[in-house]
Write a protein that binds this ligand. Structure first.
Ligand code: PHE
Length: 355
């Protein structure tokens, strides 16, 4: 019995000191096939029945006690290990989200969206045309003959090759979308056409690629009053100045007759430009009543239909509204510029929620 007591206290002490792997080694060393307690059990066969019974019962009790001690210690160590892991992998769901780098809407996209929101409210739909045009659609149909100075003034980019015997150009304005719309659609027509345009020109207010928005309305009994009302309404909504002075100055475009240039009021005090009532004027767009020659070129009977059209530079109205000093910066892809002048990605301009 003494040797069993010694084994017992030795094993239990070792169990208390063991880590998880140590416990497994102990189990093998004591209770395994070649273990110490197993060896004691094997010796039972040599004893007389009386002694075998009492020593066998005691050995079984020892075996069970050791197994229980191993299991209890294992459970304690496993729980502690789990606690340590939970502690080290702590996830604080109450922390505020980390600020993500958000994309910004380019001022040109924003300006286009704003223009669409305003004219959309007036019943205009968006029309599109290709950047590469033939010279008839870009010039001829718009009453700009080959020798006309406008072709030089617009610093046209000509492309090699032709389409249907006509020279190809990068469209110098969005006015060819007027032609395409009238050729393909019966009046009444009420479209705006925002898009890219191209002229060989480069300084603080010009870039070889820039954007315009065209407007075209064809209906019966249209006159200059409709044109003036429509554009005044647009400009006051776009610049968000209810009492914005709007002035129509006689001008010339081959495709409109009569033609006008539109100025808006502004004040320049202390080197800053403020758009609204003031002593100065800013030229903002070109417009006029559609020349009957253009209607005829596009298969529309000028005896029955009249129209007005307008075109303006989107960079220009964006620069004026948002105080962007240099047009070239629109296309330099400078992320710092975009972060400064760009717009929140999820804000969709509308006349209901605001531009
Ligand atoms: N297409 C003209 C330009 O680019 C603008 C314009 C459009 C003028 C429609 C009158 C009517 O300068």
């Amino acid at each position: 019995m003494q040797d069993m007591d010694a084994v017992r206290s030795d094993v239990l002490a070792q169990v208390q000191a063991a880590d998880l792997e140590g416990l497994e080694r102990l189990r093998v060393a004591e209770l395994g096939k070649k273990g110490r307690i197993t060896a004691l059990m094997k010796e039972l066969g040599g004893l007389d029945p009386e002694a075998r019974r009492s020593r066998g019962a005691a050995l079984n009790a020892l075996k069970e006690e050791v197994a229980a001690a191993l299991e209890a210690r294992r459970a304690v160590l496993a729980a502690a290990a789990l606690d340590a892991r939970l502690d080290s992998e702590k996830l604080d769901v109450t922390l505020p989200i980390r600020p993500e780098r958000q994309g910004r809407i380019h001022p040109i996209s924003q300006t286009i969206d704003e223009v669409i929101a305003i004219f959309g409210e007036m019943g205009f739909v968006v029309a599109e045309g290709p950047d590469i045009e033939d010279d008839w659609t870009n010039f001829g149909a718009l009453n700009i003959p080959p020798e006309h100075p406008a072709r030089q003034e617009m610093d046209t980019f000509y492309l090699p090759g032709e389409r249907d015997g006509r020279r190809l150009v990068l469209r110098t304005h969005t006015s060819p979308v007027q032609v395409r719309t009238m050729r393909n659609q019966q009046p009444p027509i009420r479209i705006i056409a925002p898009g890219r345009t191209y002229r060989s020109d480069y300084d603080a207010t010009h870039s070889p690629m820039f954007h315009q928005v065209e407007g075209l309305v064809i209906d019966r009994d249209l006159h200059m009053g409709h044109l003036k009302g429509c554009l005044s309404e647009f400009l006051r909504a776009y610049f968000a100045v209810d009492d914005l002075p709007v002035r129509f100055r006689p001008s010339y475009f081959p495709f409109t007759e009569p033609s006008a240039e539109v100025d808006i009021g502004c004040a320049r005090d202390g080197g800053t430009l403020r758009i609204g009532p003031g002593r100065d004027w800013l030229e903002i767009l070109g417009c006029g009543m559609v020349n009957p020659v253009v209607l005829e070129n596009c298969g529309i009977d000028p005896g029955q239909w009249q129209g007005f059209a307008f075109g303006m530079g989107l960079e220009r109205i964006g620069m004026l509204k948002y105080g962007i000093p240099d047009l070239r910066t629109f296309f330099e892809s400078d992320l710092r510029w975009l972060r400064h002048y760009g717009f929140a990605a999820l804000h969709q301009p509308s006349m209901v929620t605001g531009l």
